[in-house]
Ligand binder design. Structure first.
Ligand code: DC
Length: 224
C-alpha cells in the first residue's frame, strides 16, 4: 500500500510550493491536482469553449487526454501531447478552472486518474478535496490555511515575478471569488477533513511552512 499525503486548502495557502518541496526532500512523488483542472480550462480556451457552458465543457471531456511528467522538479502538464504548463497560471485560466471544477462530470473525469496515481506511488497530493473525496483513507491529511490578504499578496508577488502584469486589488478580489466558489459548490467543496491536521501559515516564511509540514509528516508517518 502506498503512502498518501493529502494537502488541501484555499487559493494561495502555499499548498503547491510546500507540497512540491516536501515531496522532494522526503522522496515522495508530488501531484498538483489543481493543474489538472487548469489543463482542462486551457483546453476549453484553445477549443474556443466557454467555461460557463457546462454542456459544451462536459462534451469535450472524452477528447481530452491528460498527461504529466516531472522535469527539473517541475510538473509539466500535457493535453493531447501539447505542453500547456506555461499557461496554467494565467488569471483567466484560474477563474475558468474554478468554474469548470464545479461541474460534477469534470470532477468524475479526474477522480480515477488521481486515485490510480496515488495507488501506484508514494504521493503528496495537493488540492481542495483530496482528504475528503479523492483519498478519504490517506495516511495523513493536512489542511493549510492563511489569512486571505496575505494569500493574495503571495499570489500577486508570484504573478509579478512571472512577468504577468496585474493589480493587487484584482488578485485579492479574484481570490475571494474563487474561495467562495470552491467552498460553496455542490460537488466536493473545499472543506477541511475531520481528521486533517490544520496549519495556519499566516506570518510564516515559506521555509518555515515547509519545515512545519515536513516535521508534521515525520511525526505522523513511521520510518521517515
Ligand atoms: O490549486 P489551484 O489553485 O491550482 O486550483 C485551481 C482550481 O481547481 C481551484 O480554484 C479549484 C479547482 N480544484 C478543485 O476543485 N479540486 C482540486 N483537488 C484541485 C483544484
Amino acid at each position: 500500500m502506498s503512502i498518501q499525503i493529502a494537502i488541501d486548502g484555499p487559493v494561495g495557502a502555499g499548498k503547491s510550493t510546500i507540497a512540491r518541496e516536501a515531496a522532494k526532500r522526503l522522496g515522495f512523488v508530488y501531484m498538483d491536482t489543481g493543474a489538472l483542472y487548469r489543463a482542462i480550462a486551457v483546453y476549453c480556451k484553445l477549443a474556443d469553449i466557454d467555461s460557463y457552458d457546462e454542456k459544451s465543457v462536459v462534451s469535450i471531456l472524452p477528447k481530452v487526454n491528460l498527461d504529466f511528467k516531472i522535469a527539473g522538479g517541475e510538473q509539466l502538464v500535457y493535453v493531447n501531447n501539447r505542453d500547456v504548463t506555461g499557461r496554467l497560471r494565467e488569471p483567466e485560466i484560474s477563474m475558468a478552472a474554478s468554474r469548470i471544477s464545479s461541474y460534477g462530470a469534470v470532477r468524475a473525469f479526474l477522480l480515477d486518474l488521481q486515485r490510480d496515481f496515488a495507488a501506484k506511488n508514494n504521493v503528496i497530493m495537493d488540492g481542495r478535496d483530496i482528504g475528503t473525496v479523492v483519498l478519504p483513507d490517506a495516511t495523513l491529511k493536512i489542511f493549510l490555511w492563511a489569512d486571505p490578504h496575505e494569500r493574495a499578496m503571495r499570489r500577486y508577488e508570484e504573478l509579478i515575478q512571472k512577468g504577468l502584469s496585474t493589480e493587487f486589488s484584482d488578485v485579492l478580489s479574484d481570490l475571494v471569488k474563487r474561495d467562495a466558489a470552491d467552498t460553496n459548490r455542490k460537488h466536493a467543496p473545499l472543506k477541511q477533513a475531520e481528521d486533517a491536521v490544520r496549519m495556519d501559515t499566516t506570518g510564516n516564511t515559506l521555509e518555515q511552512s515547509i519545515e512545519w509540514v515536513i516535521d508534521t509528516i515525520k511525526l505522523n508517518i513511521e520510518g521517515l
